[in-house]
Design a protein around this ligand. Structure first.
Ligand SMILES: [Zn+2]
Length: 260
């Protein structure tokens, strides 16, 4: 039995000779046909991406403002802002000079962002995003374990491409994958139903609470398509907000003649 592997890593020329190890990550709990590959390179500190304006730890977390120590946050922001170098020339410029103030204004903006993020990381509790799947169940854990066991057994007998051991591995994998999909879809449907119900009963505060919990915590960008089953277009016309909610792939237009 022969099969080949073909993978490329594209790296800067300066890193080519720094590659220390390349490996295929073959974990039993990866139900995909595709295996993750990793390559380890040594990067001189000078070449590393600057830590930037955001403390790195803030990238994948959700800040829980309800439990925040707001006065500590305000005090930290105030304290940090006093250290920011204000670009007075740029701010007072009426455009008649020949200096390009862009870079200075960008760094001023970055400094302010840094103050806000740093203060938040010190006084606002946070939870990691993308880690918890609220719909995950013990049944899924069980299927996952079956999948891992079947994959391990398959590996131990030399990864055959046919035969019962291989068929069993594929069956377990499909069962696990389908169960994950189904659980996610069910969770979406349940969410859509409850959102729809809140709209129908004009329970505005509950609607927005659910809405924000679902869509505003992950990232700050408005989403046009969310996981393929729920689409949202929101716009404002003469203070009349119109929502198009695509529920269960059926377009339902709900118009409100008052401002939310
Ligand atoms: Zn100027």
């Amino acid at each position: 039995m022969h099969y080949s592997l073909l993978d490329y890593f594209i790296v800067s020329p300066s890193l080519v000779n720094e590659c220390k190890a390349v490996s295929v990550l073959n974990d039993g709990d990866n139900p995909s046909d595709h295996l993750a590959v990793s390559c380890r390179v040594n990067v001189a500190t000078g070449l590393a991406e600057p830590s930037g304006m955001y403390p790195n730890a803030l990238k994948n977390i959700k800040l829980n403002w309800n439990d925040a120590d707001l006065s500590a946050y305000a005090n930290t922001v105030t304290e940090l802002l006093t250290r920011v170098n204000i670009p007075t020339d740029a701010l007072l410029c009426h455009g008649s000079c020949t200096v390009d103030h862009t870079a200075r204004l960008e760094s001023y903006y970055g400094d302010i962002k840094w103050c806000l993020h740093t203060a938040a990381s010190r006084s606002v509790p946070s939870i990691k995003m993308g880690v918890q799947k609220h719909w995950w169940s013990p049944q899924l854990n069980e299927l996952k374990q079956q999948c891992i066991d079947a994959t391990d057994l398959w590996k131990s007998v030399g990864r055959p491409r046919s035969g019962e051991v291989n068929s069993n591995r594929i069956r377990c994998k499909l069962k696990y994958k389908n169960a994950i999909k189904e659980a996610a879809v069910n969770a979406d449907n349940a969410f859509n139903d409850s959102l729809y119900e809140k709209l129908c009963t004009k329970n505005n505060s509950a609607f927005w609470k659910a809405w924000r919990k679902r869509f505003c915590s992950h990232n700050q960008k408005p989403a046009n398509i969310v996981n393929g089953t729920l689409g949202m277009i929101m716009f404002d016309m003469n203070s009349v907000n119109i929502f198009h909610l695509l529920l269960h792939r059926t377009l339902t237009v709900i118009a409100f003649n008052y401002v939310w």
